[in-house]
Unconditional design. Structure first.
Lengths: 240, 240
DNA sequence: CAATGCTTTTCATTCAATGAAACCAAGGCA
DNA sequence: TGCCTTGGTTTCATTGAATGAAAAGCATTG
């Protein structure tokens, strides 16, 4: 469902491996995390690894606490991974972005009444890493942690765009139905000190995001992106 | 600083490896994530791996987007890892716990005016996976994502305790200075359908958590644990 | 420019990873 | 009840993938 691995730089063919076991362990970890709870055979199939080998790797991951195995035999996220996950939000390049973007997301939902997302680039894909959901009954949900191609999507275009001059309003990008039919996306790029580093997406049903509502969405998403960009270019706190 | 790996079941000696490269890649990933931004040599040293090998592994991790390498050469969290991290909060055994515990954490801070944490067990350690910080100037901060031994700590004792009969108040555990001097911890276990699965910790300066304040902390932490436990034993939503 | 500290490449050696096959355990079903 | 299918687990001989010492780059600094 959610995205094959993204070879940031295309590795040669795919039969040429350089550290197979490592790659495979990561692939398994990824499958389990993104797919929720999976059985050995499912995980092995999804990652295209013989079960005997997959078993050994999954065992390693559970021994280390990165995964857990419930009574039914399903594998899922383990405490050690959760530890890393929360730690990764405390520091690192994305922590600052997520913190700076939070108010923007909230205001976007308030103004547009649609769901707002924060996306970043991952190789040839875009990843949605944060959201505030619309409070309406019909709303866009469930894209956090999901990745979509850059090609042909509004997020993609925004993430690949040139950063506007500091303090100026970025251009918004509009698209309907690129990923899912009847979903309209209004996106604006967020710039950091070194170019575009993320994007705000307002996502809602195509028949609702028209006319005045669309104008409001466009205006507020560029506004939010601009404000977040300025916040990010202010003096950065010292590193640990 | 934060915890050597935790062999949930002790693997044989430690010189007997079964999938070295995999172990090492995980070790490197872990070091980078928990230590923020590190250089090749630092990461290699911390994980006790020859630099040439470490380099190869770190490259794999960056190619896959799990890590990024900034202009200075430091490695830190990458978009692919953030994707997994946020995905891991959407589902999995800990998602439910964290969601159920959030209101409890907030009320604990409101009542006790100290920082409150949620901890879970990871092998022979406890991991703090969520927090709401006290609003006071002097307060306990920065333990999210950190792990501490079960042995000799209040969290440890709570996590290893027997689950109380459903609907009854759990016993609280008290400790001062086990991890850091002058820090008092008031802890109560949270039970799920299958025994103790987590714990609430109220942490504050030893000289402040005394007398009436301590009584309040004890009462509210057991109360919160009880309420969260009941919430968790209610009908669970269907799995994907 | 010599010295120092990191990073990167190379390459011969070996040991760790591999997966096919055999084996178990547990349902399902007639 | 016993047969059969569908996972999961173990074994073990084979091989090629992982390894790391050493040497070579490449900045930075005094």
């Amino acid at each position: 469902m959610a995205s094959e691995r993204a070879p940031s730089h295309g590795e040669p063919p795919s039969t040429l491996h350089q550290s197979r076991s490592a790659e495979r362990v990561l692939a398994l970890l990824d499958t389990v995390i993104t797919n929720g709870a999976v059985s050995l055979t499912d995980a092995a199939a999804e990652a295209d690894i013989p079960t005997s080998t997959a078993l050994r790797h999954l065992r390693l991951l559970t021994n280390r606490g990165y995964l857990v195995r419930d009574d039914r035999g399903w594998y899922s996220v383990g405490p050690a991974f959760v530890r890393m996950a929360v730690a990764s939000f405390q520091s690192g390049p994305y922590a600052r972005l997520m913190a700076a973007a939070q108010p923007g997301l909230e205001r976007l939902v308030e103004i547009t009444e649609e769901s707002a997302y924060l996306a970043v680039r991952d190789g040839i894909e875009a990843v949605y890493i944060a959201t505030v959901e619309s409070r309406r009954a019909i709303r866009h949900v469930g894209w956090v942690g999901k990745s979509v191609p850059l090609q042909g999507t509004a997020v993609g275009k925004a993430l690949l765009s040139e950063a506007p001059a500091p303090g100026t309003r970025p251009r918004s990008v509009l698209n309907t139905g690129a990923i899912e039919p009847d979903v309209t996306a209004v996106v604006a790029p967020i710039s950091g000190p070194a170019g575009v580093i993320g994007a705000f997406s307002v996502l809602g049903p195509a028949e609702r995001l028209v006319g005045e509502r669309l104008e409001i969405a466009t205006a507020s998403v560029t506004q939010a992106a601009m404000e977040t960009s300025s916040a990010l270019s202010e003096a950065r706190p010292v590193l640990p």
